[in-house]
Design a protein around this ligand. Sequence first.
Ligand code: 9MG
Length: 285
Amino acid sequence: TSPQLDCAGRILRLDVPRVMGIVNVTPDSFADGGEHATVDAAIAHGLKLVEEGADVLDVGGESTRPGADDVSVEEELNRVVPVIEALAKRVPIPISIDTSKPEVMSAAVAAGAGMINDVYALRREGALDVAAELGVPVVLMHMQGEPRTMQANPQYDDVVADVHRFLAERIFAAEMAGIVKKNIVVDPGFGFGKNAQHNLQLLAQLRRLTELGVPVLAGLSRKKTIGELTGRDDPHDRVFGSVAAHLIAAQNGATILRVHDVAATVDALKVWNGVAAMPAPRAEA
Ligand SMILES: Cn1cnc2c(O)nc(N)nc21
């Protein structure tokens, strides 16, 4: 049987690398449209990403970028629940909730989400039990420290070994809490307590994480390391670099790619799939 995730009835096939489109429900600091505009804009953006070929959408109400402040449960619920309700009704693909709060996980699944994406790998109080209860696939991501301070001066003995060990421990914790292994995805957490060298090392050795026996998700889209390598200070100018990074992630075993630029990534993966479909070279006579 080919790998897949059953996201509350909506199937995410992982026979080839799949594209997770990012839907941030965070107020645009420039526009003062307030909550209503934020929700409507997020719904419209999600629909656009589905048009562009997204296989799954990741809806998040709290920014996890370096230095980000916390958002209250109530605020996060007011942002993500209406967006998930509207999108779940209008698109056939699975919807993931990007949150670390158990209350938000429950409300999001009740509203139609079929997957949990937790940058804290279910380490918040109550998260393991709630995720187990909800019975939907969950992404366990590595982070060193907290978003507010994680980029200050990240240190590792061996970043790949350290991340591998952390993810193995979180898989164990999840299974002990009653989450079945077929519902677990792991993610090295590019940019979450890592400098450029750490990120490149993790990308180069990403196949090491597939030894954990669960699908690997990679998210490098428009991140600082891409900007540093390409000299593109504006994140909107990091599309080509992001697509290159995600193709390397696919080549190194990732089967879910979390991206802003869905159309570009979908086309790049069509080329990747064309090559991957070619028969293996005949063994040397
Ligand atoms: C919410 N978010 C931001 N970056 C991410 C990444 O690389 N992986 C996952 N799973 N979530 C992310």
